[in-house]
Design a protein around this ligand. Structure first.
Ligand code: ZN
Ligand code: ZN
Length: 316
């Protein structure tokens, strides 16, 4: 099969062996996949991953209860036997693999093997180019799953990129005071068309005023900026991972009693329902669509200025 493989660089291969699903896995024929910041970080060495990239996808199940149906898949493949899994935290299973991120081949390929338990059927009303956003939209829904969001909470989302946009849309349904802070006027303008307030990072921002700051910058500058904007006893939510080590003076966390919340994967069912109800508008985020054979270009384009989501059309 065809696949985009990361080893000492990213290469498009045409003779990659098809994944062999284990007894609890289903082979999914991928239709469409999305390029995510994590893919770009993996290429820069994050997690030391080697293999087929890609964890945002929609495809058709080849077997199992959803055979012939369109599906999306949660990315954490848990063992379901350990203490962590049995206590209800399979996404934190210490034995887990993660699609396209950790010891499991991903979705930038004709086929991907996915545990049956991870699959969710896609409502007929959702086209592939919308359903492919389920994973990042679910990640946005993880924020209200972790911390209560009051109507009057003052929330700053740092970062106007793919994930910042989705987090802002999800949180804007829960709080009346969302401000997205970014560097790109065109990306901020997109949020304003949705009725979400925006500000440029180098503009005047109220220091120590936000109840919650969500860092979606994917940059080591995100956390120090969040610390400047959050109020005493406020909460910083870290949504993006950065390859490498960050240094920071930690005393302000103690002095101002700041809560730091790491936030990763979220509920697929809520994300699918919100997408089906049109509560999250993902289409304006699609900057480019390229075929799998142009996968290397897709990954380059996703890093280009002004580009939001790059979709890889695997089928056809
Ligand atoms: Zn992702
Ligand atoms: Zn486990």
């Amino acid at each position: 099969m065809r696949a985009l493989v990361l080893d000492d660089g990213v290469r498009f291969r045409t003779a990659q062996p098809r994944p062999v699903p284990s007894p609890d896995e289903v082979l999914v024929r991928v239709s469409c996949a999305g390029v995510c910041e994590t893919d770009l970080q993996l290429i820069r060495g994050y997690m030391g991953f080697r293999g087929i990239l890609g964890h945002e996808f929609v495809g058709v199940a080849e077997s199992g209860p959803y055979a012939g149906r369109r599906v999306v898949g949660e990315i954490n493949c848990a063992c379901w036997r350990c203490e962590t899994c049995r206590s209800g935290l399979p996404s934190h299973c210490p034995n887990r693999t993660v699609l396209g991120i950790l010891n499991h081949d991903g979705a930038f390929a004709d086929y991907i093997a996915v545990p049956q338990k991870n699959l969710h059927p896609v409502p007929d009303s959702l086209p592939d180019e919308v359903a492919v956003f389920t994973e990042p939209v679910a990640a946005a829904f993880q924020i209200p799953a972790q911390i209560p969001i009051a109507r009057d909470a003052r929330i700053v989302v740092l970062g106007d990129g793919r994930l910042g946009n989705l987090c802002a849309q999800v949180l804007a349904r829960r709080s009346d005071h969302i401000l997205v802070v970014g560097k790109h006027e065109s990306k901020l303008a997109l949020l304003r068309t949705l009725g979400i307030a925006t500000a440029l990072l180098d503009g005047a921002l109220p220091d120590r005023a936000a109840d919650v700051v969500v860092d979606c910058t994917g940059s080591e500058t995100g956390l120090p900026t969040a610390l400047r904007l959050v109020r005493p006893r406020g909460t910083i939510v870290l949504k993006t991972t950065v390859a490498g080590t960050q240094t920071l003076a930690w005393a302000p966390f103690v002095i101002d009693e700041i809560t730091l919340v790491g936030s990763r994967c979220g509920p697929f069912d809520e994300a699918l329902a919100a997408l089906a109800r049109g509560e999250v508008d993902v289409r304006p985020l699609i900057s480019e669509r390229l075929p799998l054979s142009a996968g290397v270009t897709s990954l380059e384009r996703a890093q280009a200025k002004g580009v939001l989501k790059v979709l890889i059309d695997v089928e056809g």
